[in-house]
Design a protein around this ligand. Structure first.
Ligand code: AGP
Length: 367
Protein backbone atom coordinates (compact mmCIF):
# COMPACT_ATOMS: atom_id res chain seq x y z
CA UNK A 1 0.00 0.00 0.00
CA UNK A 2 2.93 2.33 0.70
CA UNK A 3 3.93 2.05 -2.96
CA UNK A 4 0.44 3.00 -4.12
CA UNK A 5 0.76 6.19 -2.11
CA UNK A 6 3.39 7.29 -4.62
CA UNK A 7 5.52 9.00 -1.99
CA UNK A 8 2.65 10.70 -0.18
CA UNK A 9 2.22 10.11 3.51
CA UNK A 10 -1.51 9.51 3.17
CA UNK A 11 -3.97 8.59 0.46
CA UNK A 12 -6.07 11.60 1.39
CA UNK A 13 -3.27 14.00 0.41
CA UNK A 14 -2.46 11.99 -2.69
CA UNK A 15 -6.09 12.15 -3.75
CA UNK A 16 -6.38 15.89 -3.09
CA UNK A 17 -3.31 16.35 -5.29
CA UNK A 18 -5.03 14.29 -8.00
CA UNK A 19 -7.97 16.70 -8.22
CA UNK A 20 -6.68 18.62 -11.27
CA UNK A 21 -6.42 15.32 -13.16
CA UNK A 22 -9.80 14.06 -11.92
CA UNK A 23 -11.40 17.27 -13.21
CA UNK A 24 -9.62 17.17 -16.55
CA UNK A 25 -10.57 13.54 -17.07
CA UNK A 26 -14.21 14.19 -16.15
CA UNK A 27 -14.76 17.27 -18.32
CA UNK A 28 -12.12 16.87 -21.06
CA UNK A 29 -13.78 14.14 -23.15
CA UNK A 30 -17.17 15.85 -22.78
CA UNK A 31 -16.28 19.25 -24.19
CA UNK A 32 -15.86 19.30 -27.95
CA UNK A 33 -15.36 22.51 -29.92
CA UNK A 34 -16.59 24.56 -27.02
CA UNK A 35 -19.83 22.54 -26.58
CA UNK A 36 -20.86 20.04 -23.93
CA UNK A 37 -21.26 16.63 -25.55
CA UNK A 38 -22.71 13.98 -23.27
CA UNK A 39 -22.51 10.99 -25.58
CA UNK A 40 -22.83 8.57 -22.72
CA UNK A 41 -26.36 9.61 -21.72
CA UNK A 42 -29.62 10.16 -23.50
CA UNK A 43 -31.09 13.61 -22.96
CA UNK A 44 -33.29 14.53 -25.90
CA UNK A 45 -34.48 18.09 -26.18
CA UNK A 46 -38.06 16.91 -25.88
CA UNK A 47 -37.32 15.01 -22.67
CA UNK A 48 -35.40 17.90 -21.14
CA UNK A 49 -38.14 20.40 -21.97
CA UNK A 50 -40.73 18.25 -20.28
CA UNK A 51 -38.99 17.43 -17.01
CA UNK A 52 -41.41 18.23 -14.20
CA UNK A 53 -39.08 18.11 -11.26
CA UNK A 54 -35.62 16.82 -10.42
CA UNK A 55 -34.98 14.72 -7.31
CA UNK A 56 -31.36 14.53 -6.25
CA UNK A 57 -30.62 11.75 -3.81
CA UNK A 58 -27.33 10.76 -2.16
CA UNK A 59 -25.51 10.39 1.17
CA UNK A 60 -22.67 12.27 2.85
CA UNK A 61 -20.29 14.08 0.57
CA UNK A 62 -22.23 13.04 -2.52
CA UNK A 63 -25.31 14.63 -0.93
CA UNK A 64 -23.35 17.86 -0.49
CA UNK A 65 -22.51 17.81 -4.19
CA UNK A 66 -26.27 17.46 -4.72
CA UNK A 67 -26.96 20.59 -2.68
CA UNK A 68 -24.65 22.58 -4.97
CA UNK A 69 -26.51 21.08 -7.94
CA UNK A 70 -29.86 22.29 -6.64
CA UNK A 71 -28.60 25.88 -6.61
CA UNK A 72 -27.04 25.77 -10.07
CA UNK A 73 -29.81 23.84 -11.82
CA UNK A 74 -32.59 26.01 -10.41
CA UNK A 75 -30.69 29.18 -11.12
CA UNK A 76 -29.88 28.43 -14.74
CA UNK A 77 -32.21 25.69 -16.06
CA UNK A 78 -35.20 26.84 -13.98
CA UNK A 79 -36.32 23.30 -13.14
CA UNK A 80 -37.52 22.74 -9.55
CA UNK A 81 -35.05 20.55 -7.67
CA UNK A 82 -35.42 18.70 -4.41
CA UNK A 83 -32.37 17.29 -2.67
CA UNK A 84 -32.71 14.50 -0.14
CA UNK A 85 -30.41 12.28 1.83
CA UNK A 86 -31.16 8.78 0.61
CA UNK A 87 -32.22 7.40 4.00
CA UNK A 88 -34.94 10.07 4.22
CA UNK A 89 -36.09 9.88 0.63
CA UNK A 90 -36.64 6.15 0.64
CA UNK A 91 -38.89 6.15 3.70
CA UNK A 92 -40.92 9.33 3.26
CA UNK A 93 -43.09 8.28 0.33
CA UNK A 94 -41.85 11.21 -1.79
CA UNK A 95 -44.05 12.66 -4.50
CA UNK A 96 -42.42 11.50 -7.73
CA UNK A 97 -44.12 11.29 -11.11
CA UNK A 98 -43.15 9.84 -14.47
CA UNK A 99 -42.32 13.37 -15.66
CA UNK A 100 -39.57 13.59 -13.07
CA UNK A 101 -35.88 12.94 -13.28
CA UNK A 102 -33.91 11.40 -10.43
CA UNK A 103 -30.21 12.18 -10.12
CA UNK A 104 -28.45 9.67 -7.90
CA UNK A 105 -24.92 10.57 -6.80
CA UNK A 106 -22.49 8.01 -5.39
CA UNK A 107 -18.73 7.58 -5.47
CA UNK A 108 -18.81 3.83 -4.76
CA UNK A 109 -22.10 3.07 -6.48
CA UNK A 110 -22.80 0.61 -3.64
CA UNK A 111 -24.26 2.71 -0.81
CA UNK A 112 -27.28 0.76 0.34
CA UNK A 113 -29.65 3.60 1.17
CA UNK A 114 -28.78 5.32 -2.09
CA UNK A 115 -29.44 2.12 -4.04
CA UNK A 116 -32.84 1.68 -2.38
CA UNK A 117 -33.68 5.32 -3.03
CA UNK A 118 -32.85 4.74 -6.69
CA UNK A 119 -35.25 1.79 -6.79
CA UNK A 120 -37.94 3.85 -5.07
CA UNK A 121 -37.60 6.67 -7.63
CA UNK A 122 -37.70 4.17 -10.48
CA UNK A 123 -40.73 2.39 -9.08
CA UNK A 124 -42.53 5.72 -8.98
CA UNK A 125 -41.78 6.30 -12.65
CA UNK A 126 -38.82 8.68 -12.65
CA UNK A 127 -36.04 8.34 -15.17
CA UNK A 128 -32.82 7.73 -13.27
CA UNK A 129 -29.50 9.29 -14.13
CA UNK A 130 -26.66 8.43 -11.82
CA UNK A 131 -23.34 10.13 -11.27
CA UNK A 132 -21.01 7.37 -10.16
CA UNK A 133 -17.27 6.85 -9.90
CA UNK A 134 -16.98 3.06 -9.79
CA UNK A 135 -17.64 1.60 -13.21
CA UNK A 136 -20.25 -1.17 -13.36
CA UNK A 137 -21.19 -0.74 -9.69
CA UNK A 138 -24.71 -1.70 -8.64
CA UNK A 139 -26.06 1.86 -8.81
CA UNK A 140 -24.51 2.32 -12.26
CA UNK A 141 -26.04 -0.92 -13.50
CA UNK A 142 -29.53 -0.14 -12.24
CA UNK A 143 -29.68 3.40 -13.65
CA UNK A 144 -31.24 4.41 -16.97
CA UNK A 145 -28.24 6.63 -17.66
CA UNK A 146 -24.82 6.94 -16.04
CA UNK A 147 -22.56 9.94 -16.18
CA UNK A 148 -19.30 8.59 -14.81
CA UNK A 149 -16.91 10.73 -12.84
CA UNK A 150 -13.41 9.86 -13.94
CA UNK A 151 -11.72 10.52 -10.61
CA UNK A 152 -9.92 7.17 -10.49
CA UNK A 153 -9.88 4.94 -7.41
CA UNK A 154 -10.48 6.74 -4.14
CA UNK A 155 -8.93 4.89 -1.21
CA UNK A 156 -9.06 7.36 1.70
CA UNK A 157 -12.34 7.08 3.56
CA UNK A 158 -12.81 10.83 3.40
CA UNK A 159 -13.98 11.63 -0.09
CA UNK A 160 -12.05 14.44 -1.80
CA UNK A 161 -11.34 14.22 -5.53
CA UNK A 162 -14.60 12.36 -6.12
CA UNK A 163 -16.50 15.41 -4.84
CA UNK A 164 -14.73 17.81 -7.22
CA UNK A 165 -15.41 15.37 -10.06
CA UNK A 166 -19.09 15.01 -9.05
CA UNK A 167 -19.41 18.78 -9.15
CA UNK A 168 -17.88 18.87 -12.63
CA UNK A 169 -20.31 16.25 -13.91
CA UNK A 170 -23.16 18.24 -12.35
CA UNK A 171 -22.00 21.48 -13.97
CA UNK A 172 -21.86 19.78 -17.38
CA UNK A 173 -25.32 18.34 -16.85
CA UNK A 174 -26.62 21.74 -15.75
CA UNK A 175 -25.24 23.36 -18.89
CA UNK A 176 -26.95 20.74 -21.01
CA UNK A 177 -30.29 21.14 -19.23
CA UNK A 178 -30.21 24.94 -19.28
CA UNK A 179 -29.16 25.11 -22.92
CA UNK A 180 -31.72 22.60 -24.14
CA UNK A 181 -34.46 24.44 -22.28
CA UNK A 182 -33.38 27.68 -23.91
CA UNK A 183 -32.61 29.31 -20.57
CA UNK A 184 -28.97 30.13 -21.16
CA UNK A 185 -27.36 32.65 -23.45
CA UNK A 186 -24.48 31.59 -25.70
CA UNK A 187 -22.23 33.94 -23.76
CA UNK A 188 -23.09 32.49 -20.37
CA UNK A 189 -22.70 28.96 -21.76
CA UNK A 190 -19.29 29.79 -23.20
CA UNK A 191 -18.11 31.49 -20.00
CA UNK A 192 -18.98 28.53 -17.82
CA UNK A 193 -17.27 26.03 -20.13
CA UNK A 194 -14.15 28.17 -20.32
CA UNK A 195 -14.27 28.69 -16.58
CA UNK A 196 -14.44 24.97 -15.87
CA UNK A 197 -11.40 24.42 -18.06
CA UNK A 198 -9.38 26.81 -15.87
CA UNK A 199 -10.20 25.02 -12.60
CA UNK A 200 -7.39 22.40 -12.76
CA UNK A 201 -4.81 25.22 -12.89
CA UNK A 202 -6.59 27.07 -10.10
CA UNK A 203 -6.33 23.97 -7.91
CA UNK A 204 -2.64 23.53 -8.81
CA UNK A 205 -2.20 27.07 -7.58
CA UNK A 206 -3.98 26.31 -4.29
CA UNK A 207 -1.88 23.17 -3.84
CA UNK A 208 1.24 25.25 -4.37
CA UNK A 209 0.29 27.37 -1.37
CA UNK A 210 -0.75 24.62 0.98
CA UNK A 211 2.00 25.55 3.45
CA UNK A 212 -0.09 28.48 4.67
CA UNK A 213 -3.00 26.16 5.42
CA UNK A 214 -0.69 23.76 7.24
CA UNK A 215 0.69 26.60 9.38
CA UNK A 216 -2.78 27.85 10.24
CA UNK A 217 -3.89 24.32 11.18
CA UNK A 218 -0.82 23.83 13.40
CA UNK A 219 -1.61 26.92 15.40
CA UNK A 220 -5.34 26.17 15.77
CA UNK A 221 -5.43 22.42 16.31
CA UNK A 222 -6.57 22.67 19.92
CA UNK A 223 -9.95 24.24 19.22
CA UNK A 224 -12.96 22.25 20.38
CA UNK A 225 -15.62 23.64 18.03
CA UNK A 226 -15.57 25.13 14.58
CA UNK A 227 -18.42 26.83 12.76
CA UNK A 228 -18.65 27.01 9.00
CA UNK A 229 -20.78 29.82 7.70
CA UNK A 230 -21.68 30.61 4.12
CA UNK A 231 -24.44 31.85 1.85
CA UNK A 232 -25.73 30.36 -1.39
CA UNK A 233 -23.18 28.03 -2.97
CA UNK A 234 -20.86 28.83 -0.08
CA UNK A 235 -23.44 27.44 2.33
CA UNK A 236 -23.49 24.14 0.43
CA UNK A 237 -19.69 24.22 0.45
CA UNK A 238 -19.67 24.89 4.19
CA UNK A 239 -21.57 21.64 4.78
CA UNK A 240 -18.86 19.72 2.99
CA UNK A 241 -16.04 21.57 4.76
CA UNK A 242 -17.63 20.79 8.10
CA UNK A 243 -18.16 17.08 7.32
CA UNK A 244 -14.58 16.68 6.10
CA UNK A 245 -13.19 18.27 9.24
CA UNK A 246 -15.22 16.19 11.67
CA UNK A 247 -14.57 12.91 9.80
CA UNK A 248 -10.81 13.12 9.88
CA UNK A 249 -9.92 15.40 12.80
CA UNK A 250 -12.81 14.52 15.19
CA UNK A 251 -13.31 18.22 15.93
CA UNK A 252 -16.93 19.10 16.44
CA UNK A 253 -18.16 21.44 13.74
CA UNK A 254 -21.37 22.66 12.23
CA UNK A 255 -22.33 24.45 9.05
CA UNK A 256 -24.88 27.23 8.99
CA UNK A 257 -26.37 29.54 6.42
CA UNK A 258 -25.07 33.02 7.20
CA UNK A 259 -28.58 34.39 7.55
CA UNK A 260 -29.37 31.81 10.24
CA UNK A 261 -26.72 33.06 12.64
CA UNK A 262 -29.02 35.48 14.39
CA UNK A 263 -31.61 32.75 14.85
CA UNK A 264 -29.60 30.90 17.45
CA UNK A 265 -26.06 29.95 16.59
CA UNK A 266 -24.54 33.30 17.40
CA UNK A 267 -25.17 32.48 21.08
CA UNK A 268 -22.32 29.96 20.83
CA UNK A 269 -19.74 32.42 19.57
CA UNK A 270 -17.32 33.48 22.29
CA UNK A 271 -13.75 34.67 22.61
CA UNK A 272 -11.53 32.61 20.34
CA UNK A 273 -14.25 30.54 18.60
CA UNK A 274 -12.99 29.63 15.14
CA UNK A 275 -15.40 30.48 12.32
CA UNK A 276 -14.60 29.40 8.77
CA UNK A 277 -16.27 31.45 6.06
CA UNK A 278 -16.07 30.63 2.37
CA UNK A 279 -16.90 33.94 0.63
CA UNK A 280 -16.84 33.42 -3.12
CA UNK A 281 -20.25 34.73 -4.17
CA UNK A 282 -20.05 38.37 -5.23
CA UNK A 283 -23.80 38.99 -5.01
CA UNK A 284 -23.80 37.89 -1.36
CA UNK A 285 -20.50 39.52 -0.44
CA UNK A 286 -21.91 42.40 1.60
CA UNK A 287 -24.15 40.09 3.60
CA UNK A 288 -21.23 37.80 4.41
CA UNK A 289 -19.02 40.72 5.38
CA UNK A 290 -21.71 41.74 7.89
CA UNK A 291 -21.78 38.17 9.24
CA UNK A 292 -18.01 38.22 9.65
CA UNK A 293 -18.19 41.53 11.50
CA UNK A 294 -20.95 40.18 13.74
CA UNK A 295 -19.00 37.13 14.85
CA UNK A 296 -15.78 39.06 15.21
CA UNK A 297 -17.52 41.56 17.47
CA UNK A 298 -18.24 38.59 19.74
CA UNK A 299 -14.63 37.48 19.83
CA UNK A 300 -14.48 34.95 16.98
CA UNK A 301 -11.36 34.30 14.92
CA UNK A 302 -12.37 34.26 11.26
CA UNK A 303 -10.71 32.18 8.59
CA UNK A 304 -12.08 33.10 5.16
CA UNK A 305 -11.75 31.38 1.81
CA UNK A 306 -11.89 34.10 -0.80
CA UNK A 307 -10.93 34.86 -4.36
CA UNK A 308 -7.89 37.05 -4.96
CA UNK A 309 -9.92 40.06 -6.01
CA UNK A 310 -12.23 40.01 -2.99
CA UNK A 311 -10.25 42.65 -1.14
CA UNK A 312 -13.05 43.47 1.27
CA UNK A 313 -12.79 39.98 2.72
CA UNK A 314 -9.05 40.29 3.15
CA UNK A 315 -9.69 43.44 5.18
CA UNK A 316 -12.12 41.93 7.70
CA UNK A 317 -10.99 38.32 8.18
CA UNK A 318 -8.15 37.29 10.52
CA UNK A 319 -6.75 34.87 7.97
CA UNK A 320 -7.61 34.26 4.32
CA UNK A 321 -6.89 31.22 2.18
CA UNK A 322 -6.85 32.78 -1.24
CA UNK A 323 -8.07 31.01 -4.34
CA UNK A 324 -7.56 32.31 -7.90
CA UNK A 325 -10.23 34.49 -9.49
CA UNK A 326 -12.53 31.84 -10.90
CA UNK A 327 -16.11 32.72 -11.85
CA UNK A 328 -18.29 32.69 -8.68
CA UNK A 329 -20.78 30.31 -10.35
CA UNK A 330 -18.19 27.53 -10.54
CA UNK A 331 -16.10 28.59 -7.53
CA UNK A 332 -17.07 25.63 -5.28
CA UNK A 333 -15.10 23.22 -7.49
CA UNK A 334 -11.90 25.02 -6.51
CA UNK A 335 -12.92 26.49 -3.15
CA UNK A 336 -13.48 23.07 -1.60
CA UNK A 337 -9.79 22.21 -1.94
CA UNK A 338 -8.55 24.55 0.83
CA UNK A 339 -11.29 23.15 3.08
CA UNK A 340 -10.13 19.58 2.38
CA UNK A 341 -6.52 20.59 3.03
CA UNK A 342 -7.56 22.32 6.25
CA UNK A 343 -9.33 19.15 7.47
CA UNK A 344 -6.32 17.06 6.45
CA UNK A 345 -3.76 19.19 8.28
CA UNK A 346 -5.91 19.49 11.40
CA UNK A 347 -6.09 15.68 11.50
CA UNK A 348 -2.38 15.22 10.89
CA UNK A 349 -1.39 17.72 13.60
CA UNK A 350 -3.70 15.94 16.02
CA UNK A 351 -2.18 12.57 15.13
CA UNK A 352 -5.43 11.09 13.80
CA UNK A 353 -5.60 8.10 11.47
CA UNK A 354 -6.29 10.27 8.43
CA UNK A 355 -7.05 7.60 5.86
CA UNK A 356 -9.05 5.37 8.19
CA UNK A 357 -10.96 7.49 10.67
CA UNK A 358 -12.52 5.63 13.57
CA UNK A 359 -16.00 4.13 13.11
CA UNK A 360 -16.18 4.85 9.36
CA UNK A 361 -16.10 2.67 6.26
CA UNK A 362 -15.57 3.73 2.67
CA UNK A 363 -18.92 2.54 1.51
CA UNK A 364 -21.94 2.02 3.76
CA UNK A 365 -23.51 -1.16 2.40
CA UNK A 366 -25.57 -1.93 5.51
CA UNK A 367 -28.49 -0.07 7.10
C1 AGP B 1 -17.26 11.14 2.67
O1 AGP B 1 -16.09 11.72 3.09
C2 AGP B 1 -17.81 10.08 3.48
N1 AGP B 1 -16.92 9.14 4.00
C3 AGP B 1 -19.23 9.63 3.18
O2 AGP B 1 -20.03 10.66 3.64
C4 AGP B 1 -19.62 9.27 1.74
O3 AGP B 1 -19.60 10.41 0.94
C5 AGP B 1 -21.01 8.62 1.74
O4 AGP B 1 -20.98 7.44 2.51
C6 AGP B 1 -21.53 8.32 0.35
O5 AGP B 1 -20.76 7.36 -0.29
P1 AGP B 1 -20.94 7.07 -1.82
O6 AGP B 1 -20.61 8.34 -2.54
O7 AGP B 1 -19.96 5.98 -2.12
O8 AGP B 1 -22.35 6.67 -2.05
Amino acid sequence: AAAEKAGYEHFMMKEICEEPKAIKDTIGPRIKNGRVVLDDIELTEEYVKNIGKIHIVACGTAYHAGVIAKYIIEKTARIPVEVDVASEFRYRDPIVTDKDMAIIISQSGETLDTLFALREAKKKGARVLSIVNVVESTIARESDDVLYTWAGPEIAIASTKAYNAQLCALYLLTLELAYKRGCMSEEQYKNIIEGLQTIPDAIEDILGNKGAIQRFASSHCNVKNIFFIGRGLDYALSMEGSLKLKEVSYIHSEAYAGGELKHGTIALIEDGTLVVCPVTQDDLMDKMISNIKEVKARGATVLAIARESNEQVHKVADEVFTIPDVDPFIAPVAAVTPLQLFAYYMAVVKGCDVDKPRNLTKSVTVE
